[in-house]
Design a protein around this ligand. Structure first.
Ligand code: SAH
Ligand code: AVI
Length: 342
């Protein structure tokens, strides 16, 4: 794995500096890029917002609450697979560094760390996440519980270029859990994985979590929980955009909606305007939203083995192992760069 992930997924604006530019300039560049992205999304016929804006400290905390909900099965299914498979995988991977994209609380990751520490190979864990405050607290907790590991947290948007710390000894395991890949519609999904594959070296592996296609009632309940936590998570995107971009969205004038799009095999989360309104964002033209019109805030693609294999192959990766939970609701795939196949 080389030290810079050269991922360029955004057509609008430049990405935050990974080249030693001062933090103030990098922040201004990120602000300009965020405004350009939000503006482009709101100008589409189907208005949309980039889902990374769910995740400020409150959004990350709300996501953690979602993972504990009875209806939200992906976390417990993925945990079951890790509990079952990680000890054998650790012996096979012999990873000295784990890099995790979108680490969040890294609660499940502890199963990966435990197995690799148990095999005696792991030296360094690099959690990467855009939610800085939350990531700092994750890293603090891990340093207490894993005093012999180097925990090198990187606050970054993994869809832009970013640098890894200098000391990340190979072989590497890149963990991309939770089906976060599903939040990227084609062709962004493949572009993101291709960027990851391009910096992997022989002996490195990707561990990819993907939510599987299933009974629509199960999917629907997972994104429309009875307590309304997912609704609060969805609405929080407007608070984050207000705070980061100085926008004047009024969250009380929107309602949560999540449904399964059968044709595209994905859950879509939207915010539906309760009334006609105008939203102002500094640097952008006023956004007119009609009553009943929606803003799409997230897609969450659902897969089967064939579509995961196809996604990996189109990204320059080869599937080397596949495991599901006992219900067959979630899968973990181990993959290597295609050039690395025996
Ligand atoms: N891996 C954890 C968390 C999944 S939630 C789990 O499986 O439970 C998705 C995580 O990815 C959040 O922590 C969020 O802050 C992070 N994230 C989302 N988009 C991101 C982006 N573009 N760059 C970096 N992190 C991102
Ligand atoms: C992070 N991501 C994979 C979650 C998902 O299921 O798509 C985010 C989420 N959205 C609503 N609930 C959870």
């Amino acid at each position: 794995m080389t030290n810079e992930l050269p991922l360029h997924l955004h057509p609008h604006g430049s990405s935050p500096a990974a080249d030693g530019t001062s933090p103030a300039i990098a922040r201004a560049a990120e602000g300009a890029r965020a405004t350009a992205q939000v503006g482009a999304g709101l100008a589409r016929e189907q208005k949309e917002l980039p889902s990374r804006f769910f995740y400020d400290a409150r959004g990350s905390a709300l996501f953690e609450r979602i993972t504990a909900l009875e209806e939200y099965y992906p976390t417990r299914c993925e945990r079951e697979i890790l509990e079952t498979r990680m000890p054998a995988w650790a012996d096979r991977l012999r990873a000295r560094t784990v890099v995790e994209l979108g680490a969040g609380s890294a609660a499940k990751t502890r199963l990966i760390l435990d197995a690799l520490v148990g095999s005696g190979t792991l030296r360094t864990y690099v959690p990467v996440d855009v939610s800085g405050e939350f990531l700092d607290s994750t890293a603090r907790g891990l340093r207490l519980d894993y005093p012999d590991l180097a925990i090198a947290a990187v606050v970054a948007d993994f869809t832009g270029p970013f640098s890894l710390p200098a000391d990340v000894p190979p072989p590497h395991l890149v963990a991309f859990l939770g089906s976060t890949i599903g939040n990227f519609a084609p062709p962004m999904d493949s572009a993101l994985l291709r960027g990851i594959a391009s910096v992997m070296q022989p002996g490195d592996h990707l561990l990819l979590g993907t939510d599987l296609r299933k009974d629509v009632a199960v999917l629907h309940a997972a994104y429309n929980d009875a307590e309304g936590v997912t609704a609060r998570f969805n609405l929080n995107i407007l608070n984050v955009i207000n705070q980061r971009l100085g926008a004047d969205f009024d969250p009380s004038r929107f309602a949560h909606r999540a449904f399964y799009n059968h044709e595209l095999h994905r859950i879509e989360m939207h915010l539906v305007a309760r009334s006609t309104q105008v939203v102002n964002i500094p640097g952008l033209p006023a956004t007119h939203i009609a009553a009943g019109e929606s803003i799409r805030t997230e897609v969450s693609c659902k897969y089967d083995r064939a579509s995961v294999t196809e996604l990996l192959t189109s990204s320059g990766l080869a599937l080397v192992d596949w495991a599901t939970d006992s219900e067959g609701w979630f899968a973990l795939s181990l993959a290597t760069p295609i050039s690395d196949r025996a």
